[in-house]
Structure formats: structure tokens, C-alpha cells
Design a binder for this molecule. Structure first.
Ligand code: AHR
Length: 654
């Protein structure tokens, strides 16, 4: 079986013979070409695969405000008399709350148990902030317990809190975990006799990214920071568009106190008929303000995407489109978003940003209008947005789309329309087999240099039928990215997609990072992204073989950049053949002004191309460091079969 698979894969990669002759490449260090943008390699965040609630957003309680549409007790199991009510709750935009009645004759007591997001991840000796809003209906003090139980139903930490008074108030207590378990539950019970109303029951780790109270899971946020993303595209993806217009992503609903951000269903809840996710909602605890903060934390340019009046076209095939003459509220949302991000605090939107804790502007530079819309209408909608945004905010780079595919009728219709509208960037999406990525290493070499720039906004190599995060996929992406890099003058931004996936609740694969409730694994695709992002340099250098670019001949793909800050030349080289290759790279210097250090730092990704990193075995294929030595200006290498290699050569200016 393995042999048959290897054969199939060998065919994919066009492997033919073992090569013995030395392949000569030349890098012209004295001829820097196009500038590489500092924001070129970024991340695309979408709340798919439980990436936000249950993922990056650190809240541990699912459906904390009892407002999941049609199923207000989703995520909760009740015992004793528990009633869902909507009269007189503390938060008008999340109206549901629960009433717990405990009578002396009920031996079990009254309460409810939250299952978390496929469990609640608790770590031994770590602190968790348990909080809720409550009132005692008769004003007599009542006792509420918050108790964690582990996956074997043993107590895992708890706290009792007294509720006093008839008015709604917030109560908080600390719970220390006494076990490390990814599948705990939270039992919230009324211990004393009487009636208590509860709303917005939350459990938050104290340790969050940057220790923010409404914070992010630190391991996931750190893994994303470690990519050094240049740009953060958010919040989607199809999530922007919604299953219908009513459930589209409305960024204004994500502002202000989290308790009053109206819950919305998630676009990815019923995507696949064989696996429904009726418990997939967006609390918006991770909202636009938090996205802007994350972008700032990571040094990434924020790149929001707004709805342009189409509900999701991808796979639903029955999208709703707002009439063109009713588009103004959508355009206002875009205009107001720019003000929210960039206006001074004297502006009403700047004031809201300041009240949320960020008086300084976020310095927004990009805005995408629509996700991957297509059809005959989209360009008219985009034009309507542009007519109002351009005159008011000429400095904002506006992004249109080429639809969901890398070629075809829609692509061919949309690109000329984008050119005619003079958008700044066109967002291209491609989820294609590895062979497509290899075949397309020269894709951008012939793009029109006069038109809009390209944003490769969603891409990933999909092996069929497994769609694994295998090294096969990652190597094809690495090879393809040499072509993106070589065309940095036209391809300004690139973001892999999707970013995150919960191992027990995903809708789409492959994904860059997989996680459970306690840990994560970086896919080998992650390491490819990281190698590009950490080694992007600032200008392109010509790299050729026999005067031609290295983009697939003999299964080799290569690009080179130079970076003034680190004073280095960086060469990226993918060998997709199974054969080890003898390769000699000559660095041509500009006269006598430059010299090279003989020590060359190399980083190599290699392994079985069918393998992937998993939570159980996260280190199967990870970058390995190596040293090489220059002989004069020449680097002689034995390049492993099926490997991606990055070489860093220091230079000195004489
Ligand atoms: O990345 C997953 C989905 O793929 C995105 O939501 C959508 O834009 C594309 O179709």
C-alpha cells in the first residue's frame, strides 16, 4: 500500500530520474530588484473550526448568556427547576437569563452544568475567574457554587459565592484547578433555598495573552505571534457574509462590554450535511477591537473585510443580495469602521475606541469590500462603496476580489472589472492540489504590472482525498511561494487559510494550527509560513539557472532576497524530487564593495511527504538548523530529496 501511495505521490511531483550532475545557480547580489513589503506574509483569521469561541478566545463557558438562537440551553445540562426567561434581564441585546429555584424538598438542589467547547481545559494550580450576573428575587442572600469536575467526575476545584440584593450585580470568585484535564465541566448550583436569577456565566483563565481580562489563549496567540505576521486579515471568509444577510458579520455588534454584544450564529454551523454544529455561535468576545489589538501586538497591519451586501455564495448557492439602492447602511459600516480605527478621539467613533481603552488610532491602511464574491453584480456593489470611500479616505488601500477560484469564467470576468474600478489589490483564493501549486510557480511572472496588485488572501495545497497537513502539501506551498516572492512587485500580501482548527470540532482541513483544549500543534505548513516570514528580506535578488528563473525544471524551485538590516542574502530552495541534488550556488558580488562571511546558516524542512505533525507527535517534521560553508563566493550543497531549504549568508560592505 505504501509503495502504491509513494508511486502516486511520485507522479504528482513529476519525479523521473535521480540526478547526478551538479546544478549551477547564480544569485546576483549587486542587482537588488523589487522591494519586499514588510507586511507581505500574514495570517488570515476566520471563526471556522471553533477558531474564536472554543479556540483563540479564552472563554471556557459555551453559551454563557443563554442566547443561542432556538436552543438557549445549548451547552448546558440542568438539574432541578431551571427556567429560561427573557423578562427584565440586565442586557438588552442578550435578553435570555436563567431562573434557579431551590426548594427544601429537592434533594439534588438546582443548577446547571456547562460542557465547554468539547470539554473545558483546566490546568493544575492555575487560576480561573468564575463570574456571573445575579439577583436574589426576594433580596435574601443566596449561595451559588461554581464547581469544576474532571473527565472522571472528580471535583477539580470550586468556589462558593454569596448573592445579595434584588438588583442585578456582577459576582466574581477564583477557582484553582487541582487537575490537568482537557474535558472538565463547570457545575453552577444554587446551594440555599429560594430563587436566584443568573446571566452571563463565565469562566476565564487568569493567564491570558498579555494578561487581558477579556483575553486570548496565550499558547495560540503566541504561536501566531511567532509567525511574525505582517498583516492580519479578519474576520473571514464566509463568516463575513453569513448564512443570510441577517447573520452576516456586523462589526458594530462586537463593540462595547462583552455582556451586551449580541450573539450570532456561526456561518459554519450547518455547512456539511453529515456533521452539523448546532452549537456553533459567535459570542463576539473576540470582536473588532480585540482584532485590532492583536494586530498591534503582533506588529501586523490590520486588514478587515466588510460585507458588501451579499450573503455567502460559497456552497450555499442561494445567497441573498441586498438591493443596490439599499446598500447605504453597508457603506456606512465601512466608512464608520475607518473612523473607528483611525479618527481622533474627538470623533464619535474615535471616542468609542478610546472608551474601549485605545485612544491612539490603529492606523488602518487596508479594507476589503466583500469576501470572495462573484457574479454579474459584485463590481457594481464594489463601485458604490468605492465612490464614497475613495474621496473621503484616499489613503486607504481598497481590496476587491477575483472570486473563489484561481481561474475560470468568474476569475476572467472579475479581474478586468477590478482593473476598471482601479482597486488597489485583488484578493485571489485557491485551494488546489499540490501539483497545481508546483505548476503555478510561474503564475505571477506574466501578470500585468500596471494594474492592481495581488493579495493571495486564501490558499492551501489540498491533497486528495485526505486533505492532510502533510509535508507533501507544505512542500508544494514552499515551492509555490518562491514564485510569490520572485513576484513581490505584484504580489503584495499572502495569507494561508484557514488558520486554526479544534481537533474535536472542525469543519475544514487542512489548517495551519490544530489545537485541543490544552495544547496545540504547529503543522508543517506553519513552519513553511514561518520560514518565509522570518526570512523575507527587503529586496528581491535575481536567482537563475542558465539565465532562467528556477521554477520547476528538474523539480527545483528557488528565490533569493537581501536584507539590509541583518546584512544578509537569503536563498530559498525547494527540491520536490526524491533525489538528493548536487547544487552549486554562485553569489555574484557588485564589484569590490561587498564581501561574504564564509559561514552559512541553513534551515531544512524534510521528511516523509505523507507525514504530518499531530498533537500526539508534534515534532515529526520541524525545521532543523545546519551550517554550511562558502568557498569564496560559491556554496556547494547536497540538497536532500523532498526538502525545503533556507540559506542565510551574511555580507559586509567594505
Ligand atoms: O477558508 C475557508 C473558506 O474558504 C472561507 O471562509 C471562504 O472565503 C473560502 O471559500
Amino acid at each position: 500500500m505504501r509503495t502504491i501511495l509513494a508511486g502516486i505521490i511520485a507522479t504528482f511531483f513529476g519525479i523521473t530520474t535521480t540526478q547526478s550532475q551538479t546544478i549551477e545557480l547564480v544569485v546576483q547580489a549587486g542587482k537588488p530588484g523589487a522591494a519586499i513589503r514588510p507586511d507581505m506574509y500574514g495570517v488570515f483569521f476566520e471563526d471556522i473550526n471553533f477558531a474564536a469561541d472554543g479556540g483563540l478566545y479564552a472563554e471556557l463557558v459555551k453559551n454563557r448568556s443563554f442566547d443561542f438562537t432556538h436552543t438557549p440551553l445549548s451547552g448546558w445540562t440542568t438539574y432541578g427547576p431551571v427556567e429560561v426567561r427573557t423578562d427584565g434581564g440586565p442586557f438588552e441585546r442578550n435578553p435570555h437569563y436563567v431562573r434557579l429555584t431551590n426548594k427544601w424538598e429537592i434533594l439534588t438542589g438546582t443548577g446547571l452544568v456547562n460542557e465547554g467547547f468539547r470539554g473545558i481545559g483546566i490546568k493544575e494550580n492555575e487560576s480561573y475567574r468564575f463570574s456571573f450576573y445575579a439577583r436574589s428575587t426576594d433580596g435574601v442572600p443566596k449561595k451559588i457554587k461554581g464547581e469544576l469536575t474532571d473527565s472522571k467526575n472528580n471535583p477539580a476545584g470550586g468556589v462558593d459565592i454569596e448573592v445579595v440584593g434584588k438588583e442585578w450585580k456582577k459576582y466574581t470568585g477564583m477557582i484553582t484547578g487541582n487537575v490537568t484535564d482537557a474535558h472538565c465541566r463547570l457545575n453552577v448550583g444554587l446551594l440555599t433555598e429560594g430563587v436566584v436569577d443568573l446571566e452571563h456565566i463565565s469562566l476565564f483563565p487568569v493567564k491570558t495573552w498579555k494578561n487581558r481580562e477579556n483575553g486570548m489563549r496565550p499558547d495560540i496567540a503566541q504561536a501566531l505571534a511567532d509567525l511574525k505576521p505582517g498583516v492580519l486579515r479578519f474576520p473571514g471568509g464566509c463568516i463575513v457574509e453569513g448564512n443570510n444577510l441577517a447573520t452576516r458579520y456586523q462589526w458594530k455588534n462586537t463593540l462595547g462590554p462583552v455582556e451586551n454584544r449580541p450573539v450570532n450564529e456561526n456561518r459554519w454551523n450547518y455547512e456539511f450535511k453529515h456533521k452539523f454544529f448546532p452549537d456553533y455561535f459567535q459570542s463576539y468576545g473576540l470582536g473588532f477591537f480585540e482584532f485590532f489589538l492583536l494586530a498591534e501586538d503582533w506588529g501586523a497591519e490590520p486588514l478587515p473585510v466588510v460585507s458588501c451586501g451579499f450573503s455567502c455564495q460559497f456552497q450555499t448557492g442561494r445567497e441573498q443580495v441586498v438591493p443596490l439602492d439599499s446598500l447605504q447602511p453597508y457603506i456606512d459600516d465601512a466608512l464608520d469602521l475607518i473612523a473607528f480605527a483611525n479618527a481622533p478621539v474627538t470623533d464619535p467613533w474615535g471616542k468609542i475606541r478610546a472608551e474601549m481603552g485605545h485612544p491612539a488610532p490603529f492606523n488602518l491602511k487596508y479594507l476589503a469590500i466583500g469576501n470572495e464574491q462573484w457574479g454579474e453584480l459584485y463590481h457594481l456593489y464594489l463601485e458604490a462603496f468605492m465612490k464614497q470611500i475613495r474621496p473621503k479616505y484616499p489613503q486607504i488601500k481598497l481590496i476587491g476580489t477575483a472570486g473563489p477560484s484561481a481561474s475560470g469564467e468568474e476569475f476572467d470576468r472579475l479581474w478586468p472589472q477590478m482593473k476598471a474600478l482601479k482597486v488597489d489589490l485583488v484578493d485571489e483564493h485557491y485551494y488546489m492540489p499540490p501539483q497545481w501549486f508546483l505548476n503555478n510557480a510561474k503564475r505571477y511572472d506574466t501578470y500585468d504590472r500596471k494594474g492592481p496588485k495581488v493579495f493571495a488572501g486564501e490558499y492551501a495545497a489540498h491533497t486528495r482525498p485526505t486533505k492532510k497537513n502533510s509535508f507533501e502539501a507544505a512542500l508544494a506551498e514552499a515551492a509555490f511561494l518562491t514564485g510569490i516572492e520572485r513576484n513581490a512587485d505584484i504580489v503584495h500580501l499572502a495569507t494561508y487559510a484557514p488558520l486554526l482548527a479544534h481537533v474535536d470540532a472542525w469543519q475544514w482541513n487542512p489548517d495551519l494550527i490544530w489545537f485541543d483544549n490544552l495544547s496545540l500543534v504547529k503543522s508543517v505548513n506553519y513552519y513553511v509560513q514561518q520560514l518565509y516570514s522570518h526570512n523575507k528580506g527587503d529586496h528581491l535578488l535575481p536567482l537563475t539557472r542558465n539565465g532562467a528563473v528556477v521554477a520547476g525544471e528538474e523539480q527545483l524551485y528557488a528565490s533569493a532576497v537581501t536584507g539590509k538590516q541583518k546584512k544578509e542574502i537569503v536563498i530559498k530552495l525547494a527540491n520536490t524530487s526524491t533525489a538528493e541534488r548536487d547544487i552549486r550556488i554562485r553569489i555574484d558580488l557588485p564589484g569590490k564593495g561587498m564581501s561574504l562571511s564564509p559561514e552559512v546558516e541553513a534551515t531544512i524542512l524534510s521528511g516523509d511527504i505523507q507525514e504530518e505533525n499531530t498533537l500526539a507527535e508534534p515534532q515529526k517534521i520541524v525545521p532543523v538548523n545546519d551550517q554550511q560553508t562558502l568557498s569564496g563566493q560559491t556554496l556547494s550543497l547536497k540538497v536532500k530529496g523532498q526538502s525545503f531549504n533556507v540559506y542565510r549568508i551574511k555580507y559586509h560592505i567594505l
